[in-house]
Design a protein around this ligand. Structure first.
Ligand code: ZN
Length: 176
């Protein structure tokens, strides 16, 4: 947070670029970074490339916020979000680009994503709940928006240590 690139509107990836060695290498770097960090998603601007490209990978299974379905590693090129129902719910979000903090953010919980996959195929995906929040957090990075911009109440911004100590037992959690 503070790097100007994180506040830029990222540019679309062109069809020609998509199959290039440079983009392929960037995606590989993003996957390594995401897995090193142990997060669920990463956007290209977070590793210094102002491109509309993000990856998401969710390990399923029982968690403190219920049983989650796995989402295998997926590459989202030029994604567009449409809100299908504006009703919101909140989660405690974290971010690789805002280390050491968590904040409570409310977002719409039913969205559709239109995107291009790594092979250049157009696809769409309908998402609810936790998944809808994860995707909105990641794709915000492509518009230069960080979750801290979306806090309704700055009193719900915490350090990770205090979060774990005082809030985690009863809280939902998003790790990015
Ligand atoms: Zn983030």
């Amino acid at each position: 947070m503070g790097h100007p690139l994180l506040r830029e509107l990222a540019r679309p990836v062109s069809p020609d670029e998509l199959g290039s060695a440079a983009i392929s290498h960037l995606i590989d770097d993003m996957v390594d970074t995401l897995r090193d960090y142990g997060g669920v998603g990463l956007a290209a601007p977070q590793i210094g490339e102002s491109l509309r490209l993000a990856i998401i990978e969710i390990d399923g299974g029982p968690t403190r916020y219920g049983e989650l379905e796995s989402l295998p590693l997926t590459v989202f090129v030029n994604p567009v979000i449409e809100v299908l129902n504006p009703a919101t719910a909140g989660y405690w979000e974290g971010c690789l680009s805002v280390p050491g903090l968590r904040g409570y953010v409310e977002r719409p919980q039913h969205v559709r994503i239109d995107y291009t996959d790594r092979e250049g195929q157009h696809k769409s995906l309908e998402l609810r709940g936790f998944y809808a929040t994860v995707f909105q957090h990641e794709f915000d990075h492509l518009d230069g928006v960080l979750y801290v911009d979306r806090l309704n109440d700055t009193r719900q911004l915490t350090f990770e240590r205090e979060f774990e100590r005082y809030l985690a037992p009863s809280a939902d959690l998003v790790v990015d």
